[in-house]
Design a protein around this ligand. Structure first.
Ligand code: FAD
Ligand code: SF4
Ligand code: SF4
Ligand code: SF4
Length: 399
């Protein structure tokens, strides 16, 4: 019987999926099983678009099409939470299975707390994440540092502190992530600071860390995090969609150690960004940064936690901003911040879209980290823990 906290090596029992899957095809097999059995109405996954650098969110209802989403796309940050709210009506009338990197899963949990996504209707199939790459820069990086035609790449992987690139003619090249990032390439800047590698807030998390021995690269490491996840996995095993076996204890240890190393690295980046390079959240720095804002509202559109259709800063019915003027940008950002900064999951979407290149995610993340310390609140983990700026029973500080 599968239980919460169980760990396994999983192998797809479908030869085609095992072949197309990133490492074992367990994710694809579970998703296909959920659709086939009618446990979900649709799967929200990610598939390759034009090329490997183009990750496309896709809604699948035909079980035979799930295989098209097999494989990991390292350039994709897909704003999965916002997609569910905006285009799938928060899964209010749709049973949905969705693949979630940790920041996707955390965002979905925060949106569930705010009643924007229906918890009972969503199965979160988590994938571990060591970081994603911005697509245009990734192509440039492959050409400049790997000296490979970006169109020849068939697979990228982050392992043992290296970014490994594999080409169609079986060439494999690896370069240290640290070296790439020192040169301004490598992972997105928010990913460098991210300390959530295993999506423990999902129902199940799957990854390649910890699969050692003859199954390395051929099996998926599975960890179960909820009753829902245990039930789904047990049913999928019983139906013969995948086979599981106990992980090698050394593999479990290695996985935990890699996770710890990645958390340390993320903390190092947080210190570098928030302290060594100088805080951006003093009033002077804040005013300096936001004076560059051209008020396109792209950040608000992209932020998954800005879910209001009728933004209070622009709404006809609010008194926040005097009518007939363009709202001063620091005020706009201040109001937006008050609404959601306690739940910011450092997903990076706001910064990606800003035409003024304001380091928005870095600013919001820095404030969020301070709030985490002050209120002992970690966004995206515990559905029962309410965002502190919305609800708190903390006594005012005596200082
Ligand atoms: C960006 C990224 C970084 C990763 N980093 C690590 C890591 O450092 N350590 C580790 O142990 N595992 C990592 N993984 C997970 C690993 O690559 C495999 O996805 C996992 O082991 C499942 O293997 P599988 O063969 O069962 O997956 P498959 O059966 O091939 O299914 C993969 C699933 O991932 C989904 N997917 C692909 N790209 C994305 C994306 N960008 N965002 C959300 N979903 C996506 C697809 O929709 C598909 O359903 C990463 C995955 C991604 C996407
Ligand atoms: S923020 Fe974290 S979970 Fe999200 S893509 Fe970056 S490294 Fe992965
Ligand atoms: S403020 Fe930026 S980093 Fe934070 S949740 Fe919104 S889009 Fe993501
Ligand atoms: S995306 Fe940038 S320029 Fe546009 S409103 Fe946001 S901060 Fe201002």
């Amino acid at each position: 019987m599968v239980e919460v906290n169980d760990m396994y090596y999983g192998l797809s029992q479908d030869a085609e999926i095992a072949e197309s899957g990133e490492c074992g095809g367990a994710v694809t097999s579970v998703l296909k099983f959920l659709l086939e059995e009618g446990i979900v109405d649709a799967v929200l996954a990610v598939k390759k678009g034009l090329d490997l650098y183009d990750a496309v969110p896709t809604l699948i209802t035909d079980p035979d099409k799930v295989i098209e989403s097999a494989g990991s796309l390292h350039c994709g940050t897909l704003n999965i939470g916002k997609t569910i709210v905006r285009y799938l009506d928060g899964a209010k009338d749709l049973k949905l299975a969705v693949t979630t990197k940790p920041c996707d899963a955390m965002t979905i949990v925060e949106l569930m707390k705010r009643k924007q996504i229906e918890r009972d209707n969503v199965v979160m199939i988590g994938v571990n994440c060591g970081g994603t790459l911005p697509p245009v820069k990734a192509r440039e990086m492959v050409e400049k540092f790997y000296e490979i035609d970006p169109d020849m790449v068939i697979k990228e992987e982050i392992a043992k502190g290296k970014l490994i690139i594999e080409t169609a003619d079986n060439e494999e090249k690896e370069i240290s992530i640290d070296d790439l990032e020192d040169e301004g390439y490598g992972r997105r800047t928010n990913c460098r600071r991210c300390e959530n590698n295993i999506p423990r807030m999902s129902d199940i998390a799957m990854g390649n860390w910890g699969v050692i021995g003859p199954l390395a690269g051929k099996a998926t490491f599975i960890e179960v995090f909820s009753e829902k996840g245990a039930e789904v996995l047990e049913k999928a095993i019983k139906a013969g969609a995948l086979r599981v076996q106990d992980p090698v204890p050394k593999g479990v240890e290695i996985r935990a150690n890699i996770d710890k190393t990645m958390v340390k690295l993320a903390n190092k980046w947080q210190t570098r960004n928030f302290e060594d390079e100088g805080t951006l959240i003093t009033i002077d720095q804040y005013m300096d940064e936001f004076s560059k804002c051209i008020k396109c509202y792209g950040c608000r559109e992209a932020c998954p936690l800005c879910f209001c259709r009728d933004c209070s800063i622009q709404s006809e019915s609010n008194n926040w901003v005097e009518k007939g003027i363009i709202p001063p940008s620091p005020m706009f950002h201040f109001v937006r911040m008050l609404h959601m900064v306690d739940s910011c999951t450092n997903c990076g979407q706001c910064e990606e879209v800003c035409p003024s290149e304001i380091p928005l995610a870095r600013i919001f993340h820095e404030i969020n980290v301070k709030l985490q310390e002050e209120f002992d609140y970690k966004p995206g983990y515990d559905l029962e823990q309410k965002p502190p700026l919305s609800v708190t029973d903390k006594e005012p500080s005596e200082e």
